[in-house]
Write a protein that binds this ligand. Structure first.
Ligand code: ADP
Ligand code: MG
Length: 354
């Protein structure tokens, strides 16, 4: 559990990746695609659904303005493309199909995630069953683990940036929005890469070094939101939110966690800790028993055909006590006797010096 760090000693554009393989075409997007409606919008980007005229295939076109706040940001868009290219072989990261450029914009033609944001499942009247939530968190961790192994940190993981391939039943996840992603070991200006207040880790607020563990905090926030339908740190204003984050003021009350399993609480508690070095890595998280307790519920085959085998990752999770009046003691509880193995396609990292 020794997360690698991103130094913050130098200027903003330092550390941006500049090498891309995808050609940037100057052909007008609307000559090749039919635009069929808006999918989402951020500060500097609009994402539209579009259909490729030649093939009938659906894509999501992310229109990114090159000038932002009076500054040329083309290099940042190229960086976003470069990150997507590095993650091209991972199914949990959205695929970059093509890129186009006009005088004012670059358009990233992305794989279309038809199921929308997992955010919708966090604010819905009807929350997802835990078996679905653990499946989505496991997939998110697979993507995050891949990024970390590729020396990348996302730095803007939140329910709006985790999409689904289909809505009902919920499909597989696709991680999007690599605008804030950074390469580990590169230099960057920490204050400029502040994410969304509700989801940023305490080390970002305290101007401390960014590490892979910074993304794991956000995974904890996402898990909290999926199981409770509440945002753990949201205050009435930005100031209050920052205070909640820096004090790690989290509501684990019975009201917030009615009908939530003890293992879910344990998983979230392990991630929402102030010291980044005390958070488990993505690979370690994938062996947490919460993520494996429901693994047969979504499978049509009987459980007996899938015996649980020991997994090779060495991290051991303490089992939370059955009757948990005092949840603070979770961290001190004895080492689990059960160890688990994660998906074949996920690279095993052994001890987590990612
Ligand atoms: P920003 O950098 O402006 O936040 P994002 O890449 O996060 O841009 O895209 C904004 C929103 O557009 C997302 O939150 C999501 O709702 C939608 N969106 C982005 N990419 C896709 C995609 N590949 N498929 C479907 N919707 C998408
Ligand atoms: Mg976004």
């Amino acid at each position: 559990m020794s997360p690698r760090r991103l130094d913050n000693r130098s200027g903003l554009s330092a550390g941006l990746l500049a090498e891309i393989q995808t050609p940037i075409s100057t052909e007008p997007v609307d000559s090749l695609y039919e635009l069929t409606g808006e999918l989402g919008r951020g500060k500097f980007a609009t994402v539209k659904r579009c259909v490729e005229k030649a093939t009938g295939k659906v894509f999501a076109a992310k229109f990114l303005r090159k000038r932002r706040r009076g500054r040329d940001c083309r290099a940042e868009i190229i960086h976003e493309m470069a990150v997507l290219e590095i993650a091209r072989n991972n199914a949990r990261v959205v695929n970059l199909h093509a890129a186009y450029e006009t005088d004012h914009e670059i358009v990233l033609m992305l794989e279309y995630a038809a199921g929308g944001e997992i955010f919708d499942h966090c604010v819905s009247e009807e929350l997802l069953p835990e078996a679905q939530i653990t499946r989505l968190i496991k997939q998110t961790l697979e993507g995050v683990n891949y990024l970390h192994q590729s020396n990348l940190v996302h730095l803007d993981l939140k329910p709006q940036n985790i999409l689904l391939t289909s809505l009902s039943p919920p499909g597989d996840i696709k991680i999007v929005d690599f605008g804030l992603a950074r390469r580990l070991g590169a230099v960057g200006e920490l204050r400029e890469i502040l994410g969304t207040p509700e989801y940023v880790a305490p080390e970002i607020l305290n101007y401390e070094p960014i590490t892979t563990a910074t993304d794991l905090w956000s995974v904890g926030v996402i898990a909290y939101m999926l199981v409770t339908g509440e945002s753990p740190f949201a205050g009435d204003d930005k100031q209050e939110t920052y205070l909640n984050v820096s004090q790690v003021s989290v509501d684990y009350s019975k009201e917030a966690f009615s009908r939530v399993s003890e293992l879910a609480v344990d998983f979230i508690r392990k991630l929402l800790v102030k010291a980044p070095e005390d958070r488990p890595s993505a690979a370690e998280c994938m062996s947490h028993p919460w993520l494996w307790q429901h693994q047969f519920c979504l499978s049509p085959e009987p459980a007996t055909t899938h015996p649980i085998r020991e997994r090779s990752c060495g991290f051991k999770w303490p089992v939370p006590p059955k009757h948990t009046e005092d949840k603070e003691n979770f961290l001190n509880s004895p080492i689990s006797v059960k160890r688990f193995r994660f998906d074949e396609e996920t690279p095993a990292t052994g001890d987590s010096d990612l």
